[in-house]
Design a binder for this molecule. Structure first.
Ligand SMILES: Cc1cc2nc3c(=O)[nH]c(=O)nc-3n(C[C@H](O)[C@H](O)[C@H](O)COP(=O)(O)OP(=O)(O)OC[C@H]3O[C@@H](n4cnc5c(N)ncnc54)[C@H](O)[C@@H]3O)c2cc1C
Length: 177
């Protein structure tokens, strides 16, 4: 803004809280009860890393309706919780454990988000993982395995981008990459 000579004087700043739950909150999160059922943001169903919630709002509504149609009486809460967990809630809960490492952790003497942006710039393999993560086609539960199986290839691409490629052995392509 300073570069573009845009003044901040008197400007209104906006922010919005996203209902992204911490790991302990996932354990005690109630999504349904006697005569009620919560979906989307109201149920805390937001990706704890990306803050995205549109898909989870619609999907939880879908699963909520299924639970109501399956168990019209006292077991609706149990069925809804089970459907959510099996579909995406277990992955979001695991993501909540990763969130603090991502936002507050350090990797190679720098913050994790900075390193992620730098790796994305320099490694097409790493870029594909990030694209899949944000598109929702890569879950958090399988992320570590994919990153580890791509590690050699990503490091090779990063080294190549700095001009060190010839002094390193070429990685063997894996199925994941
Ligand atoms: C700035 C911002 C950017 C975002 N970007 C993305 C994104 O890029 N991708 C993504 O996936 N998610 C994004 N999200 C999150 C996403 O918008 C929410 O997770 C999603 O909209 C939740 O849907 P919902 O139906 O649960 O709640 P909402 O969309 O909030 O719907 C709740 C509705 O209930 C109404 N309401 C509230 N109280 C009452 C009442 N007492 N009586 C009647 N009506 C009431 C509200 O007016 C509102 O229309 C973003 C959120 C914000 C704030």
């Amino acid at each position: 803004m300073d570069e573009q000579s845009l003044s901040r004087k008197g400007a209104a700043f906006y922010s919005h809280l996203l209902p992204a739950l911490h790991t302990p909150a996932w354990k005690r999160n109630r999504v349904a009860g006697d005569g009620w059922l919560a979906v989307g943001d109201a149920a805390g169903l937001v990706d704890p890393i990306t803050g995205e919630g549109l898909y989870y709002a619609m999907r939880s509504a879908d699963l909520g309706v299924r639970a109501l149609l399956t168990d019209l009486h006292e077991r609706t809460e149990h069925t809804y919780r089970r459907l959510l967990r099996r579909d995406f809630a277990a992955d979001l809960e695991f993501g909540s454990r990763l969130a603090s490492h991502i936002f507050h952790g350090k990797f190679l003497f720098g913050s994790v988000p900075s390193r992620m942006v730098q790796f994305t710039r320099r490694s097409p393999l790493f870029t594909r993982v990030m694209q899949d993560l944000f598109a929702g086609t890569q879950d958090y539960l399988g992320l570590k395995r994919r990153l580890m199986s791509n590690l050699h290839g990503s490091l090779f691409e990063i080294a190549t981008s700095f001009g060190f490629g010839r002094s390193l052995p070429r990685p063997v392509p894996t199925q994941e990459s």
